[in-house]
Design a protein around this ligand. Structure first.
Ligand SMILES: Cc1cc2nc3c(=O)[nH]c(=O)nc-3n(C[C@H](O)[C@H](O)[C@H](O)COP(=O)(O)O)c2cc1C
Ligand SMILES: Nc1ncnc2c1ncn2[C@@H]1O[C@H](COP(=O)(O)OP(=O)(O)O)[C@@H](O)[C@H]1O
Length: 328
């Protein structure tokens, strides 16, 4: 897969292509359906499939200070897009100028003149251009004028039945819905919309130095990129995947009991994400780590004594082991 930043990297002699456009934060099940549709259309025509996305998040440019929590880094989005068969991952720097571009100009200049789109695949609720004036009908009209097809998919929704068999109004999967699940600590609902576990990435930094010496539970403390979607305070069973310093390849995946919160037992003030990796004694400082959130165990509590906290952490480890040994 090629990765472009802007359209300056378009190679000479570029022919036609299939384009799918969106922020695609999370690459959730709805996004996956759309991207797969675009890849199939590209293969049928024997042309490349281009995924066009934006950075920073358009909301931040249109309403500064309103950056939503980020479900996936751009790097992760690119990896997931590649896994779905995308040929070109194109990131357009989202500037104030781009945000003011009228819908017809966006289509003519970028999709027609530059990318030579033969098919544009977007979701039913797609909007684009200045003040989001362009929608799928506008896009189809421009397609007739400039000679490209517009393809769309119904939005993907959750189940219409709960686990206990009761009827439930299906929820439409969206990045906003998944952010609200994560914000509430419902990592199971997030996973069902994502089609995989929610992942938080970061670099292991030094903490208070208390975990290993005082508690007997050393924890790898994560420093994550700005805006990362961190689940609600509490304790979670997670898969921990680390990458050795300087290595581009992911290392082992190990079970971990993860704490999110400000460590109220120690009257902490800073919110941290800390992973106790089961059955391992290793130096993780400076390593890149990915945490896949499988299940929430409980809320973050203030304990009256360190012994009471240690006793609870032992139970958290037992439950983490049970939960993760039942799942791959
Ligand atoms: C599985 C697990 C559960 C935890 N639960 C709590 C808790 O309920 N309350 C709390 O104050 N701290 C909790 N902690 C966080 C510890 O207070 C924290 O790991 C410890 O203070 C070490 O911090 P350090 O890594 O900065 O040295 C938990 C940590 C782990 C790994
Ligand atoms: N099983 C383990 N899980 C997590 N970290 C571990 C483990 N074994 C050793 N470590 C190392 O110990 C460090 C954490 O020790 P800790 O006493 O909690 O200090 P800090 O406050 O700096 O996090 C981790 O960053 C990691 O390098």
């Amino acid at each position: 897969m090629q990765r472009w930043r802007g359209l300056e990297q378009l190679p000479g002699g570029w022919g036609r292509c299939v384009v799918t456009i969106g922020v695609f934060d999370g690459i959730h099940q709805g996004h996956q359906q759309l991207i797969t549709h675009a890849v199939r259309a590209a293969r049928e025509r024997g042309v490349p499939c281009v995924l066009m996305t934006f950075d920073p998040h358009p909301a931040e440019v249109v309403r500064p200070g309103s950056h939503p929590a980020q479900l996936t880094t751009l790097q992760r989005r690119a990896e997931l897009a590649e896994g779905l068969g995308v040929d070109v991952f194109c990131v357009l720097p989202f500037t104030a100028e781009l945000s003011r571009m009228p819908a017809a100009e966006f289509v003519h200049e970028l999709l027609v003149e530059r990318l030579h789109a033969a098919v544009v695949v977007v979701g039913e609720n797609f909007t684009f251009g200045h003040r989001a004036a362009g929608d799928i009908a506008v896009l189809a009209e421009l397609g007739d004028r400039f000679g490209f097809e517009v393809a769309s998919d119904r939005l993907v929704s959750g189940p219409t039945e709960r686990a206990d068999g009761a009827a439930e109004a299906p929820v439409t999967f969206s990045s906003t819905y998944i952010r609200s699940c994560i914000d509430a600590g419902d990592v199971v609902a997030a996973a069902s919309a994502l089609g995989r576990y929610h992942r938080l990435e970061g670099i292991v930094v030094r903490g208070a130095g208390r975990g290993g010496s005082e508690l007997g539970f050393p924890t790898a403390n994560l420093s994550s990129p700005a805006y990362s979607a961190v689940p609600a305070d509490g304790v979670y069973a997670c898969w921990f995947t680390h990458r050795r310093r300087g290595s581009p390849e992911p290392g082992e995946t190990l079970p971990a009991a993860v704490s999110v919160g400000s460590n109220p037992t120690f009257s902490g003030t800073e919110r941290t994400v800390e992973a106790f990796v089961l059955d391992v004694d290793a130096d993780f400082y400076g390593e890149h780590v990915a945490l896949d959130f499988v299940r929430r165990l409980r809320g973050m509590e203030r304990y009256d004594s360190v012994d009471a906290l240690i006793e609870q952490m032992n139970q958290d480890v037992v439950r983490t082991r049970e939960i993760l040994s039942a799942r791959g």
